[in-house]
Design a protein around this ligand. Structure first.
Ligand SMILES: [Zn+2]
Length: 395
């Protein structure tokens, strides 16, 4: 099966058990780090179970990539994004009816549209896949209210659920199970550790000097994250002036330009991408050597996910968080603003990232502990561990 459609003969660790559980019709929640071969965990079962596999995802570019990938393997698939005219829709419906298995990708916001209901009417749904499942939790970092409507699909189609996420604390995990109303689910949790990434935090006043010296030290491709659009534009300009090839990416650019910037980055025409958190969802460039945050991220989860874009190739890479007194003050102000509920939420998200940045404790220990993963010994590959090693008495 794998070799006839995918051309390889064995699964990565963990994939086989997930696939087995999903094929067997058990509700399954898989917490897999990015790059863990997530798509295979539902594509193989979808194919084996037959009928329509609904794939709910917030990532449009990812949907298109996957549809192309499936089509390349002779598997029928369609991503319902943007405007879909009546002609295309009836074409998709007839392809759906004549295929043994069909993958339909859509954002959960589309579930309540007439188009979707018409398309799916009378079809057998074999599997419901919920990608980026942490979006269902208001405690997660990218909450999307439409995810809460996914649960209704069960009543309508009776198919099992396969939920996947690359980031989840125990609380978010419980929320996923509850809000999708998973029935005696099997939960698979794999280590989120990325041993090849060196983590460090620097308290800085002169961020420019710090950024330039990091870029000088790590000569490979880099991503610099800032929290505001203006910040991103300013940094990209500063780097260009310093003679470093860079581009800016944020939610304020129009879609065509964003595509253009992204393509240049993927084709290695740009060395440093300066971006807000709008950049990176579903973008997989394996050779990034440095991910540097010049502003404090919204949460430790977002931070770890963004930092994790370094070193996907498994070679040594750096994740650096720069904390300026102003950034810290701005985050602290968040804790006091808004309604009671907003303040509670801000506390839940902001406190852990502040703790990560300020505590003199092995960084990996801190971040993995936050995800409920306990490591016994300090990692030896972060700034705190490095300092402890230097301070240790010599024999
Ligand atoms: Zn450490």
């Amino acid at each position: 099966m794998l070799s006839s459609y995918w051309g390889f003969t064995s699964f990565r660790p963990g994939q086989a058990e997930i696939i087995e559980s999903v094929v067997g019709g058990t509700d399954t929640l898989a917490l897999l780090p990015t790059g863990g071969g997530k798509s295979l965990c539902f594509q193989v079962p979808g194919l084996l179970r037959g009928g329509v596999t609904l794939v709910l995802s917030p990532l449009i570019s990812l949907m298109h990539d996957q549809v192309l990938g499936l089509a390349g393997r002779g598997i029928a698939a369609f991503a319902m994004t943007g405007r879909v005219d009546a002609g295309l829709l009836s074409n998709v419906r007839s392809r759906m009816s004549s295929s043994n298995s069909f993958f339909l990708y859509l954002a959960p916001e589309r579930l309540n549209t007439r188009q979707f209901r018409w398309l799916i009417q009378g079809q057998r749904v074999g599997l419901i896949v919920v990608d980026e499942a942490h979006c269902i939790s208001s405690w997660g970092h990218d909450f999307r209210p439409a995810y809460r409507t996914i649960q209704q699909l069960r009543e309508n189609y009776g198919a099992p659920f396969c939920a996947l996420t690359a980031t989840a604390t125990r609380r978010v995990e419980r929320d996923i199970v509850k809000n999708l109303a998973l029935r005696s689910p099997r939960v698979f949790r794999y280590s989120f550790d990325r041993p090849n990434i060196h983590f460090s935090v620097r308290q800085v006043v002169d961020a420019r000097g710090e950024v330039l010296s990091w870029l000088d030290r790590e000569r490979g491709p880099a991503i610099i994250y800032d929290s505001s659009r203006e910040g991103v534009e300013i940094w990209a300009e500063k780097l260009r002036r310093a003679g470093i090839s860079s581009a800016a990416y944020h939610g304020g650019l129009n879609a065509g330009f964003k595509d253009h910037v992204q393509r240049r980055w993927m084709r290695k025409k740009v060395r440093v991408m300066v971006a807000t958190n709008a950049f990176g969802m579903g973008i997989d460039r394996p050779d990034v050597r440095l991910v540097l945050h010049v502003g404090l991220p919204d949460s430790l989860e977002s931070y770890y996910q963004e930092a994790g874009r370094a070193g996907r190739d498994g070679r040594p890479a750096h994740a650096v968080l720069l904390v300026s007194p102003e950034a810290r003050k701005a985050r602290m102000a968040l804790l006091r603003a808004g309604s009671f509920r907003q303040r509670i939420r801000a506390n839940r998200l902001v406190r852990p990232i502040l703790r990560y940045a300020e505590r003199e404790m092995c960084r990996r220990w801190g971040v993995l502990g936050y995800f409920g993963e306990n490591i016994r010994v300090p990692c030896g590959n972060c700034d705190v561990c490095g300092r402890l090693k230097r301070e240790a008495p010599h024999h």
